[in-house]
Design a protein around this ligand. Structure first.
Ligand code: F6R
Length: 612
C-alpha cells in the first residue's frame, strides 16, 4: 500500500527520497511523487503515474530538484484512479501546505462540503487533498502554528492516516502525524529521516522512534520533537532495529521471492532458537507464564491471507496436541461479527507486517472485550507488536516480495512452539513425546534445505502446468491447510485461477470443473486420511485431471496414480505443512517466472494492507 518518506539535512533531498521510495516499491503502488524545498523557500512538486524510474526521469528532464528537505510518496489508489493529478504530494492552491498521506479519510464527503462552503476548490479525486486543505484552513483561521493546524484537522478527520506536511512559513521543519498508519523516524549525524516503513531508512540509521496514535512529530535539522494532540511536548526512547540494510536487497537472486524462499531454513532456525532455552520451549521471557497457559479455555487465531492459513494449520495442532478448542477467524470477519466471545480465551493475531488494518482492528476488539491477546509478528515495533498483551517475534528478517514465504514459515514455527508449550503445561503429551517433537522441530531447517536442493525438478514441473486455466489443490486436515496456502501462492503470482478444497468437499460441487488435463495437486502427508485423499484424487483422474502428488513417507499408492510426484522428507505429522509448502512456493514462483510476470510485485496487490 502507500509509502511515505521524508528527509531534512545537509544533502540533496531528492536523491534520499527517491532511494527511500525505491525501498518502499515492494509495498505495491501505482504512482509516485516528491516535494522538495529549495534555498529560496520554494516548494516544487514532481509526480508521475507508474514506476519510481519514471519519476526519476521526470525530475532529471526538469533539470533536477534542488533542496535539502522534502517529502515523497508511493500511492496505491483508494479514492480516485491512479493518475498524475491524484498522485501525492498534494498542495493547497497557494502552496501554503504541501503534504503526503497514507490511509483513508472516511468522512471526506462531509469535510469536502465544509471546505467548499469556505471557498476551497479541488483538483483531484483524493481524500488527501481534503486533508491538506483542511490543515490549510485551520492554519489560516487560528494561530498560524503547524502543530495547532494539524491537531485541529486530526480531531475532525475520521479514518486512518500517516501525514507528512510542509508549511511554506516554516522552511526549517517537516511535520508528521499519525492515526492507525505507521510512521518511523530516525536521526543520524544531524540528518533526520522519516518513513512509513523502517526498510526505507535502515541504510541511514538503525535507531528509530515510532510515532503512536494521535501523536505529532516535528523534524528539524539535527532534532526530532514529539507532541501529543494537545500540543504538549512528549519524550520518546529510540528502539534499535536488528535488521541489516543488506537483508532488504536481492543479494544476487533474480527476485526477492526466490531469495526469501532460500532464507526459509534460516528463518525457521532463528525463530525456533529464539523460543528455545536448554531444549525447552521457553515463553516466560515473553511474559507468558505457565499459569497463564493453564488457564486458557480456548484459542482464537486471527489473520488475513497467508497468516490466516497459518492459523488453519495451527488449529489442528492446538486441538490435537494441546487439546484446546480452537477457532480460526478471518480478521475482516471477526472485527464486525457479533459472536459471543470467550473471556478466558486467548486471541492469537498473526501478521508479518504487524500493520494489517483488519488484523489490528480484530486485536483491538479482543482487547476491548478484556480478552488476552498474543501477536505473532515479524516487523519489530509495528502496531500489533506494540498493542498485543504478549508478542512472539518471528525472526525472518525483512520480507520484501509481496507473496509471503519465509514469514509464513516462521509463523508456523511460533504456533508449533506455542502448541508444544501448551501441551506440556496442560499434560496432554508426555515428556518423551515432547522431547521427540522438539527434536523434529530442530530438524526442519535441514529438511527444508533438502527440498530446496530439488529446485530443478520443480522448475520442470512448472513448465508442464504453466498454461493451465485452473489449478486445484486438495488435501484433508493439515493437508487442507497446506492446500489453501499452496493455492493462494499460485493464483496471486501466476494469475492462474486456483482453488483449494478439503478433498472430501470435491464431490459437493467442484468436481464438475475438472476437465481433461486440469492440474490437481494432492497433498498427502497425514496418514489417517491418506487413503481417503487418494480416493478423491482417483475421482478427479477418472475425469481427466493431471495429478501431482506431494507425498512424504507412504509413496506406494500415490505412485500408482500420480502423473508427477513431489517427494518430501518426513517429520512429525503435526509439522508437515512446514515441509509440504516449500515445493508449492517454488512451483508458483517458477510458473510466474516462466509466464514472464512480475513475481515480486503482482498486479493489484500490496505487501502491507493498511486500509480495510
Ligand atoms: C499472501 C500474503 C498475504 C498476507 C496478508 C496478511 O502471499 O502475503 O495474504 O499474508 O496480507 O499480511 P500480514 O501478515 O502482514 O498481516
Amino acid at each position: 500500500m502507500c509509502g511515505i518518506v521524508g528527509y531534512i539535512g545537509e544533502h540533496q533531498a531528492s536523491d534520499i527520497l527517491l532511494d527511500g521510495l525505491k525501498k518502499l516499491e515492494y509495498r505495491g503502488y501505482d504512482s509516485a511523487g516528491v516535494a522538495v524545498r529549495n534555498d529560496e523557500n520554494k516548494i516544487s512538486v514532481v509526480k508521475t503515474k507508474g514506476r519510481i524510474k519514471f519519476l526519476k526521469a521526470k525530475i532529471e528532464e526538469g533539470h533536477g530538484l534542488f533542496g535539502t528537505s522534502g517529502i515523497g510518496h508511493t500511492r496505491w489508489a483508494t479514492h480516485g484512479e491512479p493518475s498524475e493529478d491524484n498522485a501525492h504530494p498534494h498542495a493547497s492552491d497557494d502552496f501554503n501546505v504541501v503534504a503526503v498521506h497514507n490511509g483513508i479519510i472516511e468522512n471526506y464527503d462531509e469535510l469536502k462540503a465544509k471546505l467548499i462552503r469556505k471557498g476551497y476548490s479541488f483538483y483531484s479525486d483524493t481524500d488527501t487533498e481534503i486533508a491538506v486543505k483542511l490543515i490549510d484552513y485551520y492554519y489560516k483561521k487560528y494561530l498560524h502554528t503547524p502543530c495547532d493546524a494539524i491537531s485541529k484537522a486530526m480531531v475532525r478527520i475520521r479514518g486512518s492516516y500517516a501525514l507528512a506536511v510542509m508549511f511554506k512559513d516554516y522552511p526549517e521543519e517537516i511535520w508528521v502525524a499519525r492515526k492507525d498508519s505507521p510512521i518511523v523516524l530516525g536521526e543520524k549525524d544531524g540528518e533526520v529521516y522519516m518513513a512509513s516503513d523502517v526498510t526505507a531508512i535502515l541504510s541511514h540509521t538503525k535507531d528509530v522512534y515510532y510515532l503512536d496514535n494521535m501523536e505529532l512529530a516535528r523534524m528539524k535539522r539535527g532534532s526530532i520533537a514529539f507532541f501529543n494532540i494537545d500540543g504538549d511536548e512528549i519524550f520518546k526512547e529510540t528502539q534499535k532495529i536488528a535488521w541489516e540494510a543488506e537483508a532488504a536487497e536481492k543479494g544476487g537472486y533474480p527476485h526477492f521471492m526466490l531469495k526469501e524462499i532460500h532464507e526459509e531454513p534460516r528463518a525457521v532456525k532463528d525463530t525456533l532458537s529464539s523460543l528455545l532455552k536448554e531444549n525447552e520451549i521457553s515463553l516466560e521471557r515473553l511474559g507468558i507464564s505457565d499459569e497463564d497457559l493453564k488457564s486458557i479455555s480456548s484459542i482464537t487465531v486471527i489473520g488475513c491471507g497467508s497468516a490466516y492459513h497459518v492459523g488453519v494449520s495451527a488449529q489442528y495442532v492446538f486441538e490435537d496436541m494441546a487439546r484446546i478448542p480452537t477457532r480460526v477467524e478471518l480478521a475482516s470477519e471477526y472485527r464486525y461479527r457479533n459472536a459471543p466471545l470467550d473471556k478466558n480465551g486467548l486471541v492469537v493475531v498473526i501478521s508479518q507486517s504487524g500493520e494489517t488494518a483488519d488484523s489490528l482492528a480484530a486485536l483491538r476488539k479482543a482487547k476491548a472485550e478484556g480478552i488476552k491477546t498474543l501477536g505473532i509478528v515479524n516487523v519489530v515495533g509495528s502496531t500489533i507488536a506494540r498493542e498485543a498483551d504478549y508478542v512472539i517475534q518471528t525472526i525472518a528478517g525483512p520480507e520484501i516480495a509481496v507473496a509471503t514465504t519465509k514469514a509464513y514459515s516462521a509463523q508456523l514455527i511460533c504456533c508449533y512452539a506455542l502448541a508444544l508449550k501448551l501441551a506440556k503445561v496442560r499434560n496432554s503429551i508426555d515428556e518423551e513425546k515432547y522431547v521427540s517433537l522438539i527434536a523434529e522441530l530442530k530438524d526442519l531447517p535441514s529438511k527444508i534445505e533438502e527440498i530446496l536442493s530439488e529446485e530443478e525438478d520443480i522448475k520442470k514441473l512448472a513448465s508442464e502446468i504453466r498454461n493451465a486455466k485452473d489449478i486445484f489443490f486438495i488435501g484433508r486436515e493439515i493437508d487442507y491447510a497446506t492446500s489453501l496456502e499452496g493455492s493462494l501462492k499460485m493464483k496471486e503470482i501466476s494469475y492462474i485461477h486456483s482453488e483449494a478444497y478439503a478433498a472430501g468437499e470435491l464431490k459437493h460441487g467442484t468436481i464438475s470443473l475438472i476437465e481433461k488435463g486440469t492440474p490437481v495437486v494432492g497433498i498427502l502427508t497425514q496418514s489417517n486420511v491418506y487413503e481417503k485423499t487418494i480416493s478423491n484424487l482417483i475421482e478427479t483422474k477418472t475425469r481427466g485431471a493431471h495429478i501431482i502428488c506431494v507425498v512424504s513417507e507412504d509413496k506406494e499408492k500415490a505412485n500408482t496414480i500420480a502423473d508427477d510426484l513431489i517427494s518430501i522428507p518426513n517429520t512429525a505429522e503435526y509439522f508437515m505443512t512446514s515441509l509440504a509448502i516449500i515445493p508449492l512456493q517454488l512451483l508458483s514462483y517458477y510458473v510466474s517466472v516462466q509466464l514472464g510476470l512480475n513475481v515480486d510485485k503482482p498486479r493489484n496487490l500490496a505487501k502491507s494492507v493498511t486500509v480495510e
